[in-house]
Each structure stands twice: as C-alpha cells, then as structure tokens.
Design a protein around this ligand. Sequence first.
Ligand SMILES: Cc1cc2nc3c(=O)[nH]c(=O)nc-3n(C[C@H](O)[C@H](O)[C@H](O)COP(=O)(O)OP(=O)(O)OC[C@H]3O[C@@H](n4cnc5c(N)ncnc54)[C@H](O)[C@@H]3O)c2cc1C
Length: 389
Amino acid sequence: MDFTLTEEQRMIVQAARDVARDFPPEYWREVDQKHEFPEEYRKAAVEAGFLGTIIPEKYGGAGLGMLDMCICIEALSSGGCGISGMWTIGPTAIFGTVPITRHGSKAQKEKYLPRMASGELEFCMGLTEPDAGSNTLNTQTTAVKEGDEYIINGRKVFITNADRAGGMLLITRTTPLEEAASKIMGLTLFLVDLPDPAVEVVPIPKHGLHCVNSCDVFIDDLRVSEDDILGKKGKGWLPLLDVLNPERVGVSAGVIGCGFLALGKAVDYAKKRKVFGRPIGAHQAIQFPLATAKAKLETARLMTYKAAWLMDNGKECMAETSMAKLMAVEAGEYAVYHAMQTFGGYGYAVEYDIERWWREVNLWRLAPVTQEMTLAGIGQHVLGLPSSY
Ligand SMILES: Cc1cc2nc3c(=O)[nH]c(=O)nc-3n(C[C@H](O)[C@H](O)[C@H](O)COP(=O)(O)OP(=O)(O)OC[C@H]3O[C@@H](n4cnc5c(N)ncnc54)[C@H](O)[C@@H]3O)c2cc1C
C-alpha cells in the first residue's frame, strides 16, 4: 500500500495552495459579510483548471478523478479559503461535471462539459424538496410526457447556486412512488437550462456560507426535451448515487481542510498567548484537544481518500463514503470548536475568522445527508441491522 501522493497530485496541492494564498481568510470574511459572490476567486479557480478536474481532456478538462478533486478541495480549504472555497466551485465541479462525464450522452457532453471547464457555465442540483430531504425517494416533482417533451412541475428547496447557474441537474419522478415497481424505480434525471420563465428562484436567508445562495425553486410547467434526460427514463437512482457519493467525499475533504485551517491557527495562538505567565498551549486542557483534533483530522482524511480511491477504481464505496462523511464532520467540528475555545473570547470576534468557520462546518451535520441518516445507512447497510423506516 502506497500512501505517497503522485507528482501530479503534489502539483495539484501546490496549485491549490497558490490560489489559496491569493484569497486569504480576510477575503472570505469580507464576501461573507457582504453576502457577495467571490467572482475573482472563481476566476482564479477556473484558470487553475480546478473546475475541469473530472472532465475528460477531449472536453477541455484534466481527466482526473475524485481523489485528485479531494486533494485539491482540501488544499484550498486548509490553505485559507475554508469551506467557502469549496462551496463556490462545488456545485459545478460536482453536480455538473461528475454526472455528465459519467452518464451524459455524446451530445450532452459536448453541450455542457467544455463550457463548465472554461468557467462559462455554472451548475446546481435540484434534489431536495419540502417532503423529500432525508427521504429522497419521496420526490414529488413530476415529469409528464407530452409528445417529444416532458412537462415538469414541483418545488425544490435549498438549491445551492440556483440563482447563478446556467444549468441544473433536476431530479423528478416519471412514475409516482405508489405505482413504481420498487422505491428506487421511477426517478428520472433531467439536465435543465436556466434561467427559464417556468422556474422561479428565491434565495433563502441562512446561517453561514453567505457568499453563495441556497434557494427555493418553484417549477411551473417547465418544458424540456426527451434528449435532456440524463441516463435512462425511470432509472435515475443509480446515476444519482454517482453524484451523491462524490458530493459526500468532496464535502469531507472541504470540512477536513477547514479543520486543519482552524487547528493551525489555534496552535499558533496557543504558543504565543500567555495567561498566568505561561503559553496556554502548555495547559493540557488546551493542548490535548488540539492534539486530538490533529489525530481525528488525519484519520478522517485517510477514510476520505480511501472512499475516493474506491470510487475512481469503479469499486463499491457506499460504506466508506458514509464513514468518511461521518468522521470528517466530527473531526472538522471538533477542530473548529476547540480552536474557538483556544482563542477564548477572541474566538467569538469576527476578525479572527473562527466564528465563520464554525458556521461553515456546522452545515455538514445537516447536508448533503444528516449525520443521523449517515449512521442509519451504516447501521443497516454495513452492519445489517434492521431499518427504522
Ligand atoms: C445550506 C444548505 C444547502 C443545501 N444545498 C442543497 C443543494 O444544492 N441541492 C439539494 O438538492 N439539496 C441541498 N440541501 C438540502 C440538504 O441536503 C437537506 O437539507 C438534507 O438532506 C436534510 O433534509 P431535510 O432538511 O429535509 O431534513 P429532514 O429530512 O426533515 O430531517 C430532519 C431531522 O430528522 C432526522 N431524521 C429524519 N429521518 C430520520 C430517521 N429515519 N432516522 C433518524 N433520524 C432521522 C434527520 O437526521 C434530521 O436531523 C441543502 C441544505 C442546506 C441547509
């Protein structure tokens, strides 16, 4: 077993660190406070080729895998961008490039991938609904065939980047749940061009990550072509998993990076800050949690890389992906929590960034899948315990 990064991966880390150096925490503090999209950062990320990581070379990308993407996301995050760095490019880099690269027709690849690699096109994913969050299979948005077209009606919630995106991976039902041969049948994925008069997008005020909006999306008689189906009609569940698993490992990498970022800042501070005449880092109440955070982050990173490696090698990865997401969020939160404690009252002040990172890491207990549902998945599908639902 070889844990060393390849030459190419070391170059990805270096490129990500170079970008992160140009966009330090002060930059993210400002865009967060102003609720402003980080245009300059996105431009730099596109120029560095990060949006094209997964996209095949013939469509303008680098043709790399999820492990490379995770390495890039983590380096951006730990280099100073925090989770905002991932949040800005993730909707396109994961929701757009991954499913179209893996399941798109030739025409769909030609239409979307080069424009995503060049930064011209942003993407989003419309999965969650008011009654289909943890219970994804309860999707109520319908797509009804009429001639060569489908008419789509429904409502999606929390759709990140929907107000900017020129395209959406939209999850619908072409067969109602009650009539489907099994719960996972009848889902159909569409690639939808935005904006469209039939789609109303309304940002939802939220707790953190203010530089990119998550939105209510109301869909009223949206007409799309049969050619806009991604994969096969009624068989969207497996291609959807091919987006959700990469999303979870990508998120894990970003959260781990943010944990390392906060930990680094806390360690520096614990060495310098003297209380009662000695550095606070000498006290075990400060030192041990920071040491524990380091161990937790390193361990979560190993599982994240393993899950991404399995994914890239076409192997079953559901268990590892779930365990990586669970532990990455625990480790990231633990690190940021103890960074805040190390800073004492200053951890609560905006100018030290830790309160912002705290708001950033907290999202991932809830999204893209809650920690509880992640545990339920491990309990049932890995340990074989009975289902509670
Ligand atoms: C800022 C933000 C951005 C997002 N971006 C997107 C996006 O771009 N695209 C998209 O499609 N979605 C997005 N989401 C949605 C996100 O994936 C969902 O919020 C998440 O899956 C949880 O669903 P829910 O909010 O409906 O919670 P619910 O499903 O209502 O769950 C509520 C609580 O009940 C618990 N619970 C429910 N069932 C069980 C059970 N059987 N066992 C144990 N506990 C259970 C859950 O763990 C949770 O704690 C985003 C959400 C947020 C907050």
